[in-house]
Ligand binder design. Structure first.
Ligand SMILES: Nc1ncnc2c1ncn2[C@@H]1O[C@H](COP(=O)(O)OP(=O)(O)OP(=O)(O)O)[C@@H](O)[C@H]1O
Length: 467
């Protein structure tokens, strides 16, 4: 399977290892006695001064980190990288936005440098979007060593994906099978077998391999996977089991179910100028709310599993490039997505699995930034909300709102809801009878027939409370 001729760049870099790097490798070896513990909990003060070089990361990859503006490693990187470089299996537990991707990508790239090999690693992610994001991270870190990646996910032409695979990339990134919604995040394997089902994969990949498992939450399913897939792993935990980050201001708002749309519009208006990720429980609701908001002049776009993969990526890119300020998403966007400019996460529909709460709110306040989350709690959600508070070990404050002001929006919001219903109906009809060569407008961007008809026009630019 090794194909040295095709991995020239990787091989060349390997041969240019400097004395400095050799010294660094030695440092890791010297430290190896301290990494034998089964569990590495948190870091001490002096570790926060460590550099990537101190962790044993090779010079060319240190330069890549530098290029990305990563001045020093994060806590999980400090804990996990040396252990992974030693060749151990790793379980990495750290809060959202804490740099877990780098914690497994750097050791994988370094191992690739040491033995240039096609189909060197397989990364499994819980969502398609995360698969693309991880590929970008590998390419950013590995650009100077010529690393080749391939993303293999559903919803994209299988023939073109087969062609990409046939070129034997170094790293293959795919979404794990639907039944494994839990964040089985990374598998580092030396194999050219690739099937999208974890149990099946485990049966066919070589026993002789290294496996990394990274997540912000440890669930029973992840523990089961750990037993099935990892060998004598070292657990690197740098956060308490279900912690949310300190710089995240978390609020809830207790409201009657029938006024959810009005409260959403009111908050978006009040915090205008921010970027929002709004989580909905169903694809239908994400679509409906996006259309409703657009009828009020708010630049909203949906992202859910009933959209084609092209539209999903398109929606994400529009939100990433800030041409849309509100992303209405289902849980396809709750795990791992790294969009630094997200200021506020709104749980429009409360998550039914409380651990999803941690992943959703973790889309803001990433990498040391601050952020805000607001969870809508209706008369039907009290128990679920109590479970969330119990999980994160915190009582959340109420988000202050003026009920009278929200109620003043009822008429305009009702009209926007009515138009949204018409648009939903139109697009369902279109989907049933698509014209030749026309892709179904599953992000609703084209359904502008009734837009801007809501009295009172746009809501934008009426911010009362800034960031
Ligand atoms: N050492 C570092 N210094 C500065 N920024 C970093 C460093 N490592 C990673 N980052 C940045 O931090 C952000 C979050 O990283 P990443 O997406 O890997 O977090 P995560 O822990 O995987 O989050 P999640 O649990 O939500 O998946 C990214 O923008 C990444 O580029």
């Amino acid at each position: 399977m090794a194909d040295p001729t095709e991995a020239v760049a990787v091989e060349e870099k390997k041969n240019t290892q400097t004395t400095e790097e050799k010294k660094n490798t030695q440092t890791t070896e010297d430290n190896s006695n301290t990494t034998d513990d089964e569990t590495h909990e948190d870091t001490n003060a002096e570790e926060t001064h460590k550099s990537f070089r101190d962790l044993g990361v090779t010079e060319v990859l240190c330069e890549a980190c530098d290029h990305l503006g990563w001045k020093k490693p994060t806590k999980i990187q400090i804990e996990a990288i040396p252990v992974a470089l030693e060749g151990r299996d790793v379980i990495g537990l750290a809060e959202t936005g804490s740099g877990k991707t780098g914690a497994f990508a750097l050791p994988i790239l370094q191992s690739l440098l040491a033995s240039a090999q096609r189909l060197h690693s397989l990364i499994l992610t819980p969502t398609r979007e995360l698969a693309f994001q991880i590929a970008e991270q590998f390419e950013a870190l590995g650009s100077s060593i010529g690393v080749k990646t391939a993303v293999i996910v559903g919803g994209i032409d299988t023939m073109s994906q087969a062609l990409v695979l046939a070129k034997k990339p170094h790293v293959v990134i795919g979404k794990s099978f639907r039944s494994h919604r839990e964040p089985f995040r990374t598998e580092c394997v030396n194999s050219d077998v690739f099937v999208f089902q974890v149990d099946k994969i485990l049966k066919v990949i070589p026993r002789e391999r290294r496996t990394f498992l990274f997540s912000a939450t440890m669930t029973k399913k992840v523990q089961k996977l750990q037993r099935a897939a990892l060998q004598d792993p070292v657990k690197c935990a740098v956060s308490t089991k279900y912690a949310t980050v300190d710089k995240l201001q978390q609020y809830y708002i207790f409201i009657p179910s029938k006024y959810k749309d009005c409260y959403l519009v009111s908050i978006l208006n009040e915090l205008a100028g921010n970027s929002f990720m709004v989580f909905c429980g169903t694809c239908n609701n994400a679509q409906r709310v996006a259309l409703m908001l657009r009828n009020l002049g708010i630049t909203a776009i949906p992202l859910h599993g009933q959209m084609s993969q092209n539209k999903r990526l398109g929606a994400l890119n529009k939100f990433k490039s800030k041409s849309r300020s509100v992303l209405l998403a289902t849980d396809v966007a709750s795990r791992g997505l790294d969009i630094p400019h997200v200021d506020c996460v709104i749980n429009f529909d409360i998550p039914t699995h409380s651990k999803d709460y941690i992943h959703r709110v973790g889309r803001t306040a990433r990498a040391g930034r601050s952020g805000k989350s607001i969870t809508f709690v209706t008369q039907y959600d009290v128990e679920l909300f109590q479970r969330i508070e119990a999980l994160i070990g915190k009582k959340l404050p109420a988000f202050p709102t003026q009920e009278e002001e929200v109620m003043m929006l009822v008429e305009r919001v009702s009209e926007a809801q009515r138009f949204a219903r018409i648009e939903m109906k139109e697009s369902t009809e279109k989907r049933k009878r698509p014209k030749a060569g026309e892709e179904a407008a599953d992000d609703g961007e084209q359904s502008s027939g009734v837009r801007k008809k809501v009295k009172g026009g746009s809501f934008r630019g009426r911010s009362k409370r800034g960031r």
